[in-house]
Design a protein around this ligand. Structure first.
Ligand SMILES: Cc1ncc(COP(=O)(O)O)c(C=O)c1O
Length: 430
């Protein structure tokens, strides 16, 4: 993927001047690149839904929708975000490990009022029973029944951080293959109030290789083929997300979306044509938004007492409240300077004066650190950008230490900076 930081730098500095720091920015040109890459790997008729948990800013979801994606949501809150972004219910899918009665009632209400979600993926027989009972009480029948996928736990060994390996057998997610038939029974059976459409799976996020994903899809196809024998309507396979983004510190060899897509024809060919799913779907999150997102921060102070190994140590005004991934997963995000000594610098090159510098957040926790980065001399007020912060950044942020949520801007064509969400107020914390 093209590195667009040089083109983005003026916009990032302008946005920080206008809206203050910390601030989240989404570069629409980089978003375009990522969306085009996924569309090329999984072209129509693949159904593509953006996993809203990766970035729940309505303007970002709308920008992605405009590039050929629906939305995959895990709660009524994310559903409302997708609607605010302009998506119709028919372009939205709902999954999630912990759906409440209110979530399930909303699914049934949407179907009953003629605006059904594209589908809901259920996690257990218990959940199927609850959804089936609500649909029966609403007297949903025939084509007005809610469409349902069964989330399979593929029991594979995902090549990722253990905290992201949701497709492992020990994880809390999904039905084991021998639980799927009883979930259908619990939901009222084939002729009951739910319209069973297929299998859903998600192997994990930031997958370092395609092997576990290939195994998982193979298992899902086998389970789907057995069930399809009973019902021709059972035609869907949603293979989830998980496409990885090359990050600082790895060797840049993570598989591309196209590499995953290249596995699909042989996998489908292993199932007889009559038993093959005909409606295929993906729900990527990270790949679409990670690279386009920046968290822009200001240097608050530079310690005279040096940091680890005698390095300069700077404290900036963004940290784990805004971007929890380093503290939560040990994730590394590159930090680059936008100004040095108050003057603009090229963030695409470390510069001759760059030295390893410890970059620390402003939160009262020692885990609030962004690690060491080659940076030019910095002083109070200088601007830095934390890179690849578009996925699981703003959506996982908290108000810890009394910090209102940061504003969101879009960097649009011609260097235009558009405010997409205002900074939270001190009042919003009370
Ligand atoms: C069910 C499901 N689908 C899709 C995604 C998106 O994953 P990613 O952001 O790695 O593409 C997730 C992320 O956790 C998920 O749980």
């Amino acid at each position: 993927m093209t590195d667009r930081i040089r083109e983005a730098a003026d916009g990032l500095r302008a946005a920080a001047r206008r809206h203050g720091t910390p601030l989240y920015a989404t570069d629409l040109a980089a978003l375009d690149d990522a969306a085009a890459e996924i569309r090329a790997a999984f072209p129509d008729p693949w159904l593509r839904a953006f996993s809203v948990k990766a970035n729940d800013v309505p303007a970002v979801v709308a920008a992605i929708a405009a590039r050929g994606f629906g939305a995959n949501v895990v709660s009524r809150g994310e559903w409302a975000v997708a609607r605010r972004a302009g998506l119709a219910d028919a372009e939205i899918t709902l999954e999630g490990i912990g759906k409440t009665d209110a979530d399930l009632r909303a699914v049934v209400r949407a179907a009953a009022t003629g605006h059904p979600l594209r589908w809901v993926a259920i996690e257990s027989a218990d959940e199927a029973r609850a959804l089936g009972a609500l649909a029966r009480a609403a007297r949903l029948a025939g084509a007005s029944r809610p469409e349902v996928l069964l989330r399979l736990n593929p029991a594979v060994a995902p090549e990722t951080h253990h905290g992201l390996a949701v497709g492992a057998a020990r994880s809390k997610f999904g039905l084991a293959d021998d639980e799927v038939a009883s979930a259908i029974e619990a939901g009222g059976g084939w002729a009951g109030p739910l319209r069973w459409r297929g299998i859903h799976l998600h192997v994990g996020s930031q997958l370092g290789a395609v092997d576990a994903w290939r195994d998982a899809v193979r298992r899902a196809l086998a389970v789907g083929a057995l069930l399809r024998r009973d019902d021709a309507d059972f035609d869907t396979l949603d293979v989830g997300g998980g496409f990885p983004v090359a990050v600082d510190g790895d060797d840049g060899t993570v598989p591309s979306p196209a590499r995953f897509a290249a596995e699909v024809p042989a996998l489908l060919a292993s199932v007889s044509e009559a038993r093959r799913p005909t409606r295929l779907a993906i729900e990527p999150g990270r790949y679409l938004v990670a690279r386009s997102g920046y968290l822009v921060a200001r240097v608050l102070h530079v310690r005279a007492r040096r940091g680890p190994d005698g390095r300069p140590l700077v404290v900036i005004d963004a940290g784990m409240a805004e971007l929890v991934r380093p503290a939560l997963f040990g994730a590394r995000h590159r930090v680059v300077a936008l100004t040095s000594g108050g003057r603009p610098v090229d963030p695409g090159a470390a510069g001759a004066e760059a030295v390893p510098t410890a970059v620390e957040g402003p939160i009262c926790e020692s885990t609030d650190t962004l690690g060491t980065h080659d940076l030019p001399p910095l002083q109070r007020g200088d601007l830095v950008a934390i890179r690849d912060a578009g996925a699981y950044g703003a959506s996982m942020s908290s108000r810890y230490n009394g910090r209102p949520r940061p504003p969101q801007v879009l960097l649009a064509a011609g260097g235009r900076v558009e405010l997409a969400r205002r900074r939270g107020t001190l009042g919003s914390l009370a």
